[in-house]
Ligand binder design. Structure first.
Ligand SMILES: *Cc1c(COP(=O)(O)O)cnc(C)c1O
Length: 372
């Protein structure tokens, strides 16, 4: 393989992570893996095939195009489209048997106007202040009951601060959601499904928020964000491991004398004679520019600091601890070499960002290969 930069996605890790979620929530709770954004760059088609082969009957995507791609690839799962309730999306939604999440009561009438039998889920903004309706129960019930063709199948919500175990936002959101559901029930609106939980509410065992279905994304890829509050921390009940590793090659190895200025803006000057490696990947591949002079990679089984500015196609590292490496040798950005390992959370933390953003930011020019 001659790729300059590539990711390796472990099929068995994806399968084991899905199984771990399934085991934790038990047979009564549907697990709907979230494969939006090309499965956080792990590959939506491959990931969907793996989880469907292990019994997943639902998948979650962000928009209609992502849903269509899965259908065209032969997915037979129910596909919940979580953030695409534009009217123009309703026709393809029906044509490809996708299930829309609606966020506004006006959308119910618009969907109903298709004149076709179609199930939808309605999102309640229970306090996140983002997608979902904030209408009172009576108005929701009226809009739901006015529809002749569109059928409410599920009520859902999403947590803003699930990893915060000091503040009460999550408990408040649960209470608000339950209250709306109860009010709707008393008005005759009783959809078969309720769902609230993504990875964090699953991993830390917020069982009262599991109901009929959970929507894990991060966990499927092997991650659970740490609880944000020190001290009293619930432990993750999920045994998952990162499915993706990210590698690139040394392009050039160069010995500089002391006092050499390295890269754009001369952000690093060699304090002594130094062997420096130029990696064949930069911010155009998804290495955050914020890693300039921060963070590290793994070279020759040792951590090697990033030096100077990350540029578009090249990143410079300190090869002092790996003097034997030559151009063409692989270096690890995310993954393990011998005793040294770092995951997407470690690299994201060094960059001042989050693992989700780091994973989704691995660009299209980084080749993807699947391994067992
Ligand atoms: C992205 C998303 C999820 C998955 O979140 P993770 O933290 O990756 O598990 C679940 N539900 C909704 C509505 C989402 O947008």
């Amino acid at each position: 393989m001659r790729a300059r930069s590539w990711i390796e996605v472990s099929r068995s890790a994806i399968a084991a992570n899905y199984d771990a979620v399934k085991r934790l929530v038990g047979p009564a709770v549907e697990v709907a893996p979230v494969v939006k954004a090309d499965a956080y760059r792990h590959g939506a088609l491959a990931v969907s095939r793996i989880v469907e082969s292990r019994g997943a009957r639902w998948l979650c995507v962000s928009n209609v195009d992502e849903g269509i791609a899965l259908r065209e690839a032969g997915s037979g799962a129910r596909i919940l489209v979580m953030a695409d309730s534009l009217e123009a999306s309703f026709c393809p939604m029906f044509e490809y048997r996708l299930t829309p999440v609606l966020h506004d009561l006006g959308e119910i009438a618009a969907l109903d106007a298709l004149g076709e039998p179609v199930d939808y889920h309605l999102k309640i903004d229970s306090g996140m202040g983002r997608l979902g309706t904030i209408a009172p129960a009576a108005e929701i019930a009226a809009a739901v009951q006015r529809a002749r063709h569109a059928r409410l199948e599920g009520l859902m919500t999403h947590f803003a601060s699930a990893a915060d175990y000091v503040g009460s936002q999550t408990a408040d959101q649960c209470a608000r959601f339950d209250w709306i559901c109860a009010a709707l029930e008393s008005l005759g609106v009783r959809p078969p499904m309720r769902h609230l939980s993504s990875t964090i509410a699953v991993a830390y065992g917020r069982r009262e928020a599991w109901h009929a279905m959970v929507r894990p994304g991060h966990a499927i890829y092997g991650y659970v964000s740490p609880v944000r509050t020190k001290g009293m921390s619930p432990v993750s009940l999920l045994d998952v491991r990162p499915a993706l590793s990210w590698k690139t090659r040394l392009l050039v190895v160069k010995d500089f004398p002391a006092g050499a200025r390295i890269g754009y803006g001369a952000q690093f000057t060699t304090p002594a004679p130094m062997r420096i490696g130029l990696l064949a990947a930069g911010y155009a591949d998804g290495i955050p520019h914020r890693l300039s002079n921060r963070g590290r990679v793994i070279a020759g089984g040792q951590f090697a600091p990033i030096l100077g500015a990350v540029s578009m196609d090249v990143t410079t590292i300190d090869l002092t601890n790996a003097p034997l490496l030559r151009p063409g040798d692989p270096v690890t950005l995310v993954g393990r070499e011998d005793a040294a390992s770092q995951d997407a959370q470690d690299l994201a933390r060094a960059a001042g960002t989050i693992s989700y953003s780091l994973l989704c930011g691995i660009s299209a020019r980084v080749e993807r290969v699947y391994v067992d």
